[in-house]
Write a protein that binds this ligand. Structure first.
Ligand code: UD1
Length: 341
């Protein structure tokens, strides 16, 4: 079997881990990344884990002509479309950058799928499409979507809508929106992991950077929320579990004899508060973290976690790694990164 799977954004955080998971299942990933938010360090680490250099094309997914040449060169079995901007705060400052990149990239993928008759697409969506859950904090895929708080969130929301409209007009395609909760951790080898350019806005990279001394102090954004300890609750999922969900998604889509469109949550089903995550970090790494309680962050959801039954039923996928594993792997990656730079 030499089934090529296009992985846009394959040098990025979730993309690089998915490349590993694809190779483990016998697929040949073809990475397309323009490296605007990725680094050679991850590419080198990827080669070390795989034992060979993966196929990489340095192309911007928004450049349709260049992408067409790549579609001409391979007969893709499927596409996993990660390439997108993802910083919520930045998207408020620079909305056009987000709409331009995230939506044009997706539209190009769908146009090329149609042109080259590539049947299967997995789209990186987000639990952000649910907004703030009204009563139940555990959300399943039937939970009504609500309008997001940020342009970033809207790009995922509109992205799903574009895919839905595309499917209505072309029902022969097999399409899946994977709605990620909060990806954390790194490959257990510590050779690849999250590589925030500039100051991290996500929680676990901020924790590891504070512990290693790159940041002075972590601010917990609010401890007066109506949650069990006052801090916000999220569903933190190990990035290798998330990566494996993509491979299961590709396999599911390949097995379909008719077109389909599915949305699937990818989370653990368990909520963890900010203070609980800090506690896990302190226990796992045997050190105390310098943190302070600060004001709430604008636009934060109070509490959300996945109902993960559909991912199990449809994809036969379930999480294998704990939050302790994720925290340990993230810390080992931070330690390794400190030596590499
Ligand atoms: C959000 C989106 C997610 C999106 C991601 C992209 C929701 C529910 N989630 O994640 O879909 O993919 O952005 O980046 O909308 N925190 C601190 N101090 C910090 C950093 C974070 O206390 O320095 C807290 C936040 O207030 C939040 C939690 O940690 O409660 C997680 O924050 P973060 O890692 O930024 O992820 P989300 O905002 O949940």
């Amino acid at each position: 079997m030499n089934q090529h799977v296009l992985v846009t954004g394959g040098a990025g955080y979730i993309g690089s881990h998915t490349v590993v998971a694809l190779v483990e299942k016998g697929y040949t990933p073809v990475i397309v990344d323009d490296f605007r938010n990725a680094t050679e360090i991850v590419l080198n680490g990827l080669s070390e884990i795989l034992g060979f250099q993966p196929i990489v094309h340095r192309v911007d997914v928004c450049k349709l002509e260049e992408m067409r040449e790549i579609f001409q060169a391979y007969s893709f079995h499927g596409i996993i479309h990660f390439a997108a901007h993802k910083a919520v705060g930045e998207s408020v400052e620079k909305p056009l950058k987000y709409y331009q990149n995230n939506l044009i990239g997706l539209i190009n993928m769908l146009s090329l799928m149609e042109e080259f008759k590539v049947k299967n697409l997995v789209f990186s969506s987000s639990c952000t499409v649910y907004g703030e859950p009204k009563e139940k904090k555990e959300v399943d895929e039937e939970t009504p979507k609500s309008l997001p708080e940020s342009p970033y969130g809207f790009t995922k929301w509109i992205g799903e809508q574009i895919i839905q409209d595309f499917f209505k007009s072309s029902p022969e395609f097999c399409l899946m929106n994977l709605r990620y909760f909060n990806p954390v951790g790194a490959h257990p080898s510590a050779k690849i992991g999250e590589f925030p350019l500039g100051k991290p806005s996500n929680l676990l990279p901020f924790i590891t950077q504070t512990a290693i001394g790159k940041q002075d102090c972590l601010t917990v954004f609010g401890n007066d929320y109506p949650t069990r300890d006052g801090s916000c609750v999220r569903d933190y999922i190990h990035v290798m579990d998330l990566a494996e969900a993509h491979v299961q998604a590709i396999q599911f889509l390949s097995n379909q004899t008719q077109g389909c469109l599915e949305a699937v949550n990818v989370g653990t089903g368990k909520g963890t508060s900010v203070l609980e995550l800090i506690n896990v970090f302190e226990k796992e790494t045997n050190q105390s973290l310098n943190y302070q309680i600060g004001p709430r962050r604008a636009g934060d959801v109070v509490e959300i976690y996945a109902n993960a039954s559909k991912s199990f039923q449809l994809l036969q996928w379930t999480t294998k790694r704990s939050i302790e594993d994720a925290v340990r792997d993230a810390w080992n990656w931070e330690l390794n990164l400190n030596q590499l730079k």
